[in-house]
Write a protein that binds this ligand. Structure first.
Ligand code: ATP
Ligand code: MG
Length: 158
Protein backbone atom coordinates (compact mmCIF):
# COMPACT_ATOMS: atom_id res chain seq x y z
CA UNK A 1 0.00 0.00 0.00
CA UNK A 2 0.92 3.69 -0.18
CA UNK A 3 3.54 4.83 2.31
CA UNK A 4 5.38 8.11 2.79
CA UNK A 5 8.94 6.89 2.40
CA UNK A 6 10.59 9.63 4.49
CA UNK A 7 8.48 8.82 7.56
CA UNK A 8 8.97 5.09 6.93
CA UNK A 9 12.78 5.52 6.86
CA UNK A 10 12.77 7.69 9.98
CA UNK A 11 10.88 5.01 11.92
CA UNK A 12 13.23 2.23 10.81
CA UNK A 13 16.35 4.23 11.68
CA UNK A 14 14.87 5.18 15.06
CA UNK A 15 14.34 1.49 15.84
CA UNK A 16 17.99 0.80 14.98
CA UNK A 17 19.19 3.66 17.15
CA UNK A 18 17.40 2.04 20.09
CA UNK A 19 18.85 -1.45 19.60
CA UNK A 20 22.49 -0.80 18.70
CA UNK A 21 23.35 1.59 21.53
CA UNK A 22 26.09 -0.81 22.76
CA UNK A 23 28.05 -0.62 19.48
CA UNK A 24 28.73 3.11 19.29
CA UNK A 25 27.52 3.76 15.74
CA UNK A 26 26.26 7.23 14.86
CA UNK A 27 23.32 7.44 12.49
CA UNK A 28 22.85 10.53 10.33
CA UNK A 29 19.72 11.17 8.30
CA UNK A 30 19.29 13.35 5.25
CA UNK A 31 15.67 12.72 4.36
CA UNK A 32 13.89 14.77 1.68
CA UNK A 33 11.26 17.04 3.25
CA UNK A 34 9.03 16.90 0.16
CA UNK A 35 6.51 14.05 0.26
CA UNK A 36 7.70 10.80 -1.31
CA UNK A 37 4.85 8.34 -1.72
CA UNK A 38 5.72 4.80 -2.71
CA UNK A 39 3.51 1.78 -3.20
CA UNK A 40 5.24 -0.94 -1.23
CA UNK A 41 4.85 -4.13 0.72
CA UNK A 42 5.93 -2.65 4.05
CA UNK A 43 6.95 -6.01 5.58
CA UNK A 44 9.21 -6.80 2.65
CA UNK A 45 10.69 -3.32 2.43
CA UNK A 46 11.31 -3.37 6.20
CA UNK A 47 13.21 -6.64 5.73
CA UNK A 48 15.28 -5.05 2.92
CA UNK A 49 16.24 -2.01 4.99
CA UNK A 50 16.82 -4.05 8.16
CA UNK A 51 19.35 -6.20 6.35
CA UNK A 52 21.18 -3.27 4.77
CA UNK A 53 21.33 -1.37 8.06
CA UNK A 54 22.45 -4.46 9.97
CA UNK A 55 25.15 -5.08 7.36
CA UNK A 56 26.32 -1.48 7.75
CA UNK A 57 26.62 -2.07 11.51
CA UNK A 58 28.06 -5.62 11.32
CA UNK A 59 30.82 -4.63 8.91
CA UNK A 60 31.74 -1.36 10.63
CA UNK A 61 34.15 -0.76 13.48
CA UNK A 62 32.87 0.84 16.66
CA UNK A 63 32.66 4.61 16.28
CA UNK A 64 31.61 4.48 12.63
CA UNK A 65 29.04 6.73 11.00
CA UNK A 66 26.08 5.40 9.03
CA UNK A 67 24.34 7.94 6.80
CA UNK A 68 20.84 7.39 5.45
CA UNK A 69 19.78 9.65 2.60
CA UNK A 70 16.51 9.99 0.69
CA UNK A 71 16.36 12.24 -2.35
CA UNK A 72 14.41 12.60 -5.57
CA UNK A 73 16.33 11.79 -8.74
CA UNK A 74 14.21 12.27 -11.85
CA UNK A 75 11.13 10.07 -11.51
CA UNK A 76 12.76 7.85 -8.89
CA UNK A 77 13.18 8.15 -5.14
CA UNK A 78 16.73 7.20 -4.22
CA UNK A 79 17.68 5.81 -0.82
CA UNK A 80 21.32 5.40 0.13
CA UNK A 81 22.84 3.80 3.20
CA UNK A 82 26.52 4.63 3.58
CA UNK A 83 28.95 3.22 6.13
CA UNK A 84 32.63 3.66 6.96
CA UNK A 85 33.34 -0.01 7.45
CA UNK A 86 35.43 -2.77 5.87
CA UNK A 87 34.35 -2.08 2.31
CA UNK A 88 33.98 -4.71 -0.38
CA UNK A 89 36.77 -5.60 -2.83
CA UNK A 90 35.97 -4.66 -6.45
CA UNK A 91 35.88 -8.29 -7.64
CA UNK A 92 33.20 -9.17 -5.04
CA UNK A 93 30.86 -6.25 -5.61
CA UNK A 94 28.71 -7.99 -8.26
CA UNK A 95 28.49 -11.16 -6.21
CA UNK A 96 27.12 -9.82 -2.93
CA UNK A 97 23.57 -9.94 -4.37
CA UNK A 98 23.91 -13.68 -5.06
CA UNK A 99 22.47 -16.23 -2.64
CA UNK A 100 24.90 -17.42 0.04
CA UNK A 101 27.78 -15.26 -1.20
CA UNK A 102 29.87 -13.77 1.60
CA UNK A 103 33.11 -11.85 1.08
CA UNK A 104 36.17 -13.66 2.38
CA UNK A 105 35.45 -16.59 4.68
CA UNK A 106 38.08 -15.49 7.20
CA UNK A 107 36.44 -12.17 7.95
CA UNK A 108 32.91 -13.60 7.59
CA UNK A 109 33.64 -16.10 10.37
CA UNK A 110 33.73 -13.29 12.94
CA UNK A 111 30.26 -12.01 12.09
CA UNK A 112 27.24 -14.21 11.75
CA UNK A 113 25.13 -14.44 8.63
CA UNK A 114 24.01 -16.74 5.85
CA UNK A 115 24.71 -14.53 2.86
CA UNK A 116 21.02 -14.34 1.97
CA UNK A 117 20.14 -10.82 3.09
CA UNK A 118 21.16 -8.95 -0.06
CA UNK A 119 19.85 -11.66 -2.40
CA UNK A 120 16.44 -11.25 -0.78
CA UNK A 121 16.79 -7.44 -0.83
CA UNK A 122 17.55 -7.52 -4.56
CA UNK A 123 14.57 -9.78 -5.28
CA UNK A 124 12.17 -7.58 -3.29
CA UNK A 125 13.44 -4.28 -4.70
CA UNK A 126 13.14 -5.56 -8.29
CA UNK A 127 9.62 -6.83 -7.52
CA UNK A 128 8.81 -3.17 -6.64
CA UNK A 129 10.11 -2.01 -10.04
CA UNK A 130 13.13 -0.58 -8.33
CA UNK A 131 16.85 -1.04 -8.57
CA UNK A 132 19.64 -1.79 -6.08
CA UNK A 133 23.39 -1.48 -6.43
CA UNK A 134 26.55 -1.01 -4.42
CA UNK A 135 29.41 1.45 -4.45
CA UNK A 136 32.29 0.49 -2.22
CA UNK A 137 35.97 1.19 -1.64
CA UNK A 138 37.88 -1.54 0.11
CA UNK A 139 38.82 -0.45 3.66
CA UNK A 140 36.95 2.85 3.21
CA UNK A 141 33.28 2.01 3.31
CA UNK A 142 30.22 0.88 1.45
CA UNK A 143 27.11 2.58 0.10
CA UNK A 144 24.03 0.66 -0.97
CA UNK A 145 21.65 2.53 -3.30
CA UNK A 146 18.00 1.71 -3.86
CA UNK A 147 15.70 3.47 -6.31
CA UNK A 148 11.91 3.18 -6.34
CA UNK A 149 9.18 4.78 -8.43
CA UNK A 150 7.41 7.47 -6.39
CA UNK A 151 4.68 10.08 -6.47
CA UNK A 152 4.44 13.39 -4.64
CA UNK A 153 0.95 12.48 -3.46
CA UNK A 154 -0.82 9.37 -2.26
CA UNK A 155 -2.41 7.45 -5.12
CA UNK A 156 -0.61 9.40 -7.83
CA UNK A 157 0.85 7.87 -10.97
CA UNK A 158 4.50 6.98 -10.66
P1 ATP B 1 22.59 -12.45 6.24
O1 ATP B 1 22.22 -11.10 5.72
O2 ATP B 1 21.93 -13.54 5.48
O3 ATP B 1 22.48 -12.55 7.70
P2 ATP B 1 25.19 -11.63 5.35
O4 ATP B 1 25.03 -10.30 6.03
O5 ATP B 1 26.55 -12.24 5.38
O6 ATP B 1 24.17 -12.68 5.95
P3 ATP B 1 24.31 -10.33 2.91
O7 ATP B 1 23.57 -9.31 3.68
O8 ATP B 1 23.64 -10.93 1.72
O9 ATP B 1 24.76 -11.56 3.83
O10 ATP B 1 25.69 -9.70 2.42
C1 ATP B 1 26.57 -10.53 1.62
C2 ATP B 1 28.01 -10.22 1.93
O11 ATP B 1 28.34 -8.93 1.41
C3 ATP B 1 28.36 -10.16 3.40
O12 ATP B 1 28.66 -11.44 3.91
C4 ATP B 1 29.59 -9.25 3.41
O13 ATP B 1 30.73 -10.01 3.08
C5 ATP B 1 29.30 -8.30 2.27
N1 ATP B 1 28.69 -7.03 2.73
C6 ATP B 1 27.39 -6.69 2.72
N2 ATP B 1 27.18 -5.46 3.21
C7 ATP B 1 28.40 -4.98 3.55
C8 ATP B 1 28.88 -3.75 4.10
N3 ATP B 1 28.03 -2.76 4.42
N4 ATP B 1 30.22 -3.63 4.29
C9 ATP B 1 31.08 -4.62 3.98
N5 ATP B 1 30.69 -5.81 3.46
C10 ATP B 1 29.38 -5.99 3.24
MG1 MG C 1 23.21 -9.26 5.82
Amino acid sequence: HWVELGAFLHSIVERFEMVVKDKNIDFHRHIAKQPTYVKIDTDKMTQVLDNILSNAIKYSPSGGNVTITLLHQGNKARISIADEGLGIPAESQDKIFERFYRVDKARARNVGGTGLGLAIASEYVHAHEGDIWVHSEYNEGTTIYITLPYSTFKGGTM
